[in-house]
Design a protein around this ligand. Structure first.
Ligand code: HEC
Ligand code: HEC
Length: 287
């Protein structure tokens, strides 16, 4: 699910972020790598292996929570994403016991750094801690754990939802064809939840979705079409017949640009958790 607490804040943190990237082998072999280690006791070699293997049911519950609430920033496998650090190699998460270290971070967040607060129960935090421990142990013993499929929704329901809410702008055979080959399921989910981050990066070879624009000239004449170019001085558009028009933005010229992502922002407030899961399950079939 998209946690309402960070729905509103997430946009603010899509900027520069600190990535804690102390490599695991450093942490396991030396007490002096990574930030925040000075005051804590030295870390023993292989301490992860010597710790108990978490209960698989807790790991599974924790994984579901993590993928839904944290995966967008920290990656679905917790090994870091665009907007949050790797938690498999986080010193804080490595020291955690049953949520004692990660709990305060989850509950308070670090808003100034881009980590929102989450109102999770202590049982949910313990489950997330179990998942992170499993990921840490998997990192040193790759065969011990398998990350399960994050796609839990119903693709058929997702398709129906897509047709009713998304089909006016997207097509599975058109602009979204092959989208599942471009992104892993978690990235794909964040793409439809927060497509502006994609737009910011200037597209990934997909068809551009037109931005509607209307120019009202000083004479009162209106020209509408697809925005081709705009700056403080000029605006250019292509009308429905394909003809290109370019105007100076002088006195009396009014330019109205419609945000092509406005539809997404409206949808963001409407999705239920199930809609999000179903849509993801459908989108991953668009190979
Ligand atoms: C909107 C992005 C975002 C989301 C969502 C998010 N985090 Fe974070 N998280 C961050 C950022 C950014 C940091 C780094 C903060 C810093 O540098 O101190 C962070 C830091 C952390 C840390 C501390 C790591 C360390 O080594 O200090 C933990 C633990 C953590 N997050 C767990 C979670 C969990 C669990 C969730 C889901 C319940 C979650 N985060 C959701 C962005 C996010
Ligand atoms: C009003 C038009 C509109 C509606 C409705 C709409 N979208 Fe979009 N969508 C866009 C625009 C515009 C972009 C940005 C495309 C770009 O930057 O190339 C976008 C981007 C995306 C992307 C990212 C593509 C990429 O390559 O990163 C996905 C996935 C997506 N939309 C899925 C959906 C889904 C699923 C729905 C319905 C729940 C939906 N959209 C509804 C206009 C719309």
């Amino acid at each position: 699910m998209v946690h309402p607490i960070w729905r509103s804040r997430v946009r603010a943190c899509l900027g520069a972020l600190v990535v804690s990237a102390a490599p695991l082998f450093l942490i396991a072999q030396s007490p002096s790598g990574g930030r925040g280690q000075k005051k804590s006791p030295p870390v023993r070699r292989n301490f992860l292996i010597s710790r108990a293997v978490p209960d698989p049911a807790a790991v599974e519950r924790g994984q579901k929570l993590f993928v839904a609430d944290c995966g967008f920033c920290h990656g679905s496998k917790a090994n870091g994403g665009e907007n949050g650090p790797d938690l498999v190699r986080s010193v804080l998460a490595l020291r955690d016991e049953g949520g004692d270290q990660i709990g305060p971070v989850i509950l308070k967040g670090r808003p100034e750094k881009g980590m929102p607060a989450f109102a999770l129960t202590s049982a949910q935090i313990r489950d997330i801690a179990a998942f992170l421990r499993a990921r840490q142990q998997a990192a040193i013993n790759r065969t011990a754990y398998k990350i399960q499929n994050v796609v839990t929704g119903d693709a058929k329901k997702g398709e129906a939802y897509f047709e009713s809410k998304c089909g006016s702008c997207h097509s599975p055979e058109g602009d979204l064809k092959g989208i599942a080959d471009k992104y892993d399921p978690v990235a794909l989910q964040s793409r439809f939840l927060y497509p502006e981050s994609h737009a910011r990066r200037g597209g990934a070879g997909l068809k551009r979705i037109p931005t509607p624009v209307t120019v009202t000239l000083a004479s009162g004449r209106k020209v509408s079409g697809e925005l081709e170019y705009i700056d403080d001085f000029n605006v250019a558009l292509r009308d429905s017949s394909g003809e290109y028009h370019s105007y100076e933005r002088g006195a009396g010229v009014k330019v109205e640009v419609k945000d092509p992502l406005a539809g997404h922002l409206v949808l963001l407030k409407q999705y239920t958790d199930q809609d999000v899961h179903n849509l993801t399950a459908y989108l991953v079939t668009l190979k």
